[in-house]
Design a protein around this ligand. Structure first.
Ligand code: ATP
Ligand code: CA
Ligand code: CA
Length: 150
């Protein structure tokens, strides 16, 4: 799971997100990357920098149940989608990057996350905690995907 925040006390929000995920039924946090500060990509100009990180979970939920749990944690942490612009500032963004070897393509959910292999702010923390994890579609490890960004 990728964590991102660019409003409020970002580090506190990301730690709270990790704690809430760990406390949710069927989920346990196994690893937490360092949080890195990154420049916003896309979205409206002038938004503040992000803090990004990645979690490795033990997950006993279905993909959709995991997605719904993450959405509810985003909301509890103050995310208000009704007021948001696309890729605009947000208190907390929780995206599913990988679910083992599963490939999911439903209206709500695409896993692996369709942008993950293009995003340094995802691949850097991912390669830190799981350098050898394999992207099941591209068949490359996190480390290889990061190196491919140059
Ligand atoms: P991006 O997906 O490019 O990082 P974002 O995180 O800013 O953009 P959101 O507004 O948080 O976008 O979510 C947009 C939609 O993405 C959600 O409504 C959700 O249904 C969908 N989505 C598709 N695949 C995933 C995934 N793997 N993890 C989280 N959301 C996903
Ligand atoms: Ca996102
Ligand atoms: Ca998201």
């Amino acid at each position: 799971v990728a964590l991102g925040a660019n409003l409020g006390d970002r580090a506190r929000t990301l730690m709270q997100a990790a704690e809430m995920i760990d406390a949710a039924g069927g989920l346990a946090v196994r690893m937490i990357s360092q949080f890195i500060e990154t420049a916003p990509e896309g979205g409206p100009p002038g938004q503040p920098p992000y803090l990004n990180g990645v979690l490795e979970l033990d997950c006993r939920l279905s993909p959709l149940a995991l997605y719904e749990t993450l959405r509810s944690i985003e909301a509890l942490l103050g995310r208000n989608r009704a007021r948001e612009q696309r890729w605009g500032p947000r208190t907390c963004d929780l995206d599913i990057l990988l679910l083992g070897d599963m490939v999911v393509r439903t209206p709500e959910l695409t896993v692996p996350h369709p942008q993950m292999h293009l995003r340094r702010f995802v691949l850097e923390p991912l390669a830190q905690i799981a350098p050898d994890v394999v992207h099941p579609v591209l068949r490359k490890t996190a480390r290889e995907l990061l190196e491919a960004l140059g």
